[in-house]
Design a protein around this ligand. Structure first.
Ligand SMILES: [Zn+2]
Length: 261
């Protein structure tokens, strides 16, 4: 299975090194929406979707004023998953399945661009879909497949659901009520897209560290603190055996894009 690591939405919040840990305090920080595109034998699979075409063309319709003013998305159509899928020579209908870490706007925005896809989420996330943090206009017509977190154990994580033998939903509750990671096996190695289970590569180091401004975002966005923190502990433990990365860290994304500068 061929793996592409894509950025499907750059965000440029104020705060400089307080947010991305680099440079001065005064530059606009950089965050990404790390999306994985898998070329399987029987079609394409997306892990998360970033922002979608409609979000960029009419941001006020689906992106809250708070999100637009705090995260400051760049709104570049070439970054959408759809345009990047097309640039690889595929069409929207080639995307058969989408595994979604959660319903936040910078993860679910591209769902409308892939109307033929079945969208795999944890049932708890759909149960909480009336939460005002979400933007139902992004996914009202999605073909959701809810999964109960009652499956196998995988590297010490519980309730893991198999979408196919090489793609698993790994519940990482905390950021939201039904937040999940997505594990992907490529030959003899596992990757784990951890979504927003953490925000900064330094959180996977010993001792873990994160810029204070980004920590403020992370704490404000959490739903179940105890589970979020215990899942982070477990992620740090497996990071040596599994290639773990999160959704918004540009350093982690670039490390996995060897062909790009
Ligand atoms: Zn996010």
């Amino acid at each position: 299975m061929k793996v592409h690591h894509l950025n499907c939405g750059t965000m440029r919040p104020f705060g400089g090194r307080l947010v991305d840990g680099r440079g001065s305090y005064f530059h606009r920080a950089e965050l990404v929406c790390h999306v994985v595109l898998l070329e399987a034998d029987d079609g394409l699979i997306l892990v998360d979707t970033g922002l979608g075409l409609d979000d960029l063309r009419d941001p006020k319709a689906t992106l809250s004023a708070q999100y637009r003013h705090v995260s400051r998305p760049v709104l570049d159509e070439r970054e959408t998953a759809l345009r990047q899928v097309e640039a690889l020579g595929f069409s929207a209908d080639d995307v058969r399945h989408i595994a979604l870490t959660h319903l936040d706007v910078d993860h679910a925005g591209g769902l409308r661009d892939f109307p033929s896809a079945r969208v795999h989420v944890l049932k708890e996330e759909l149960d909480d879909s009336a939460n005002p943090r979400y933007s139902p206009g992004q996914w009202r017509h999605a073909d959701f497949v809810p999964h109960e977190p009652t499956g196998e154990e995988w590297f010490g994580f519980r309730g893991v659901r198999e979408l196919r033998p090489d793609v698993l939903l790994v519940p990482l509750i905390g950021h939201t009520r039904g937040h999940t990671g997505v594990a992907i096996r490529v030959e003899d190695r596992w990757l784990l897209h951890a979504g927003d289970a953490y925000f900064f590569h330094g959180e996977m180091s010993a001792p873990p560290h994160i810029p204070s401004g980004l920590k403020y975002f992370q704490d404000r966005a959490e739903t179940v603190r105890g589970l979020r923190l215990s899942n982070q502990d477990r992620l740090r433990e497996v990071a040596g055996q599994v290639d773990v990365f999160c959704a918004h860290d540009p350093v982690e994304l670039r490390q996995r894009q060897p062909h790009r500068v």
